[in-house]
Design a protein around this ligand. Structure first.
Ligand SMILES: Cc1cc2nc3c(=O)[nH]c(=O)nc-3n(C[C@H](O)[C@H](O)[C@H](O)COP(=O)(O)OP(=O)(O)OC[C@H]3O[C@@H](n4cnc5c(N)ncnc54)[C@H](O)[C@@H]3O)c2cc1C
Length: 383
């Protein structure tokens, strides 16, 4: 069963899709279950991905990357997440947030921080969410105070991918308190993780995407050069909103990859399992269930690739990105739930791919903005 067929993928993105599939077959699929159970950061697979030029390669050629566009990234994403969501998240988070610097930072910042990530010598992270809130971007409290030619950072961040493993993070911090302009109170900074006053530890073990690692970061009088501000003071909210438009199309790709895996498993199991003198796929109720899964999947995939085009061409990007993210990630939840049911008791065996997929599907409906927030955006930006 070939669900991630290439006909919907623009021609210029098909070669890299093939590269991603071959990489996934060789490096991700065979290690997925072991990495999940061990809950370990897949260091060697990440290195292989860097060597294969499939990690951090959205970075422009000017700074050492391949300059992959959103279509190429989405094509890679679908393939990686189909193979395993936890490993895929680690591969894709290795350059998380870099786009904000290469789009809005200075040449000096790109030379110092972006080039090493493109070369696979460093990895980054994006630190936005806090222990007290992940959804309320204008309510984030971690603060950066200007002090001469430095900023002094105090506060906490939670859920930060690579907060421990990264060489630097892009930090979203409060620099103002203007109640009349809540969207102008935050700024973005580059914070090297070896700076005094930066302390990170892994959050407790997760039940899903266990091959990726997130951190709780504490900033205690952490001083960085003022030149590490990205763009202008007060730009943070807008920079992040723009970044999320691309990110949410990619997260739709997370949902599609996970959904494809769930459907593959359901298809294979139901055509193999014999009861009542026939395979269970001979029951019309099962056939309808499979048909519904395919309907949902194709609807989500069509919407996602349409959103990709809209976002790339600046066509009401926030609306389309939120639509794609919501539909594709909820499709992943729905089809993996149905796939579990078709697996009967075996669905809950730890060794089964469907048990892993079912758990992983719970995450993309939350990260990059919970789907309730996406629905706010869809309603608020409806054409
Ligand atoms: C595996 C994983 C990786 C992550 N990686 C990162 C990362 O690298 N960097 C980073 O900064 N963050 C990261 N996050 C954090 C993620 O973005 C947040 O979890 C997400 O934004 C939701 O925030 P929260 O968990 O604080 O939930 P809350 O904001 O507390 O929301 C809880 C629930 O309340 C409801 N809700 C909240 N607000 C509204 C509203 N306005 N309207 C209706 N309902 C609402 C929703 O049901 C929501 O799910 C990650 C999270 C996970 C799980």
């Amino acid at each position: 069963m070939e669900l991630l067929d290439e006909s919907i993928v623009p021609e210029h993105a098909r070669d890299v899709k093939v590269e991603a599939r071959e990489f996934a077959r060789e490096h991700i699929e065979p290690n997925a279950q072991e990495c999940f159970q061990a809950g370990e950061y897949p260091e060697e697979i990440l290195e292989a991905g860097q060597e294969a030029d499939l990690v951090a390669q959205d970075i422009p050629e000017e700074w050492g990357g391949r300059g992959l566009d959103l279509a190429q990234l989405l094509a890679i994403t679908e393939e990686f997440y189909r193979a395993d969501a936890g490993i895929a998240l680690t591969l894709q988070l290795a350059s998380f947030g870099c786009e904000i610097t290469y789009e809005h930072g200075t040449d000096e910042q790109c030379e110092e921080y972006i080039r090493p990530v493109a070369a696979g010598e460093q990895r980054s992270g994006l630190a936005v969410s806090e222990p007290e809130t992940g959804s309320d971007l204008s309510g984030m409290q971690t603060r950066a105070e200007k002090d001469g030619d430095e900023y002094v950072i105090n506060g906490e961040k939670y859920w930060i991918g690579n907060g421990v493993e990264a060489d630097w993070v892009t930090l979203y911090a409060r620099t103002g308190d203007d109640e009349d302009n809540p969207y102008g109170n935050h700024s973005m900074f580059i914070v090297p993780t070896d700076t005094d006053g930066y302390e990170a530890e892994h959050i407790p073990e997760k039940m899903a995407m266990r091959a990726s690692k997130q951190a709780h970061i504490e900033f205690d009088d952490c001083r960085i050069p003022a030149s590490n501000l990205i763009g202008e003071e007060g730009d943070g909210f807008m920079l992040l909103a723009d970044f999320f438009n691309h990110g949410r199309v990619a997260v739709a790709g997370h949902g599609l990859g996970i959904a494809a895996a769930a459907i593959e498993e359901a298809w294979e199991f139901t055509h193999d399992r014999e009861e009542f003198g026939r395979t269970i796929s001979d029951f019309q109720a099962v056939q309808h269930g499979l048909a519904d899964m395919l309907l949902e999947f194709e609807s989500a995939r069509t919407l996602t690739w349409r959103a990709r085009e809209k976002v790339a061409n600046e066509g009401n990007a926030g609306y389309w990105a939120a639509m794609a993210k919501t539909k594709a990630t909820e499709t992943a939840v729905d089809v993996s739930e149905q796939s579990m049911q078709f697996h009967g008791g075996r669905s809950i065996l730890d060794e089964r791919r469907i048990a892993r997929v079912f758990r992983d599907a719970r995450i993309p409906v939350i990260y990059e903005g919970a789907n309730e927030i996406q629905r706010n955006l869809i309603y608020g930006q409806a054409p």
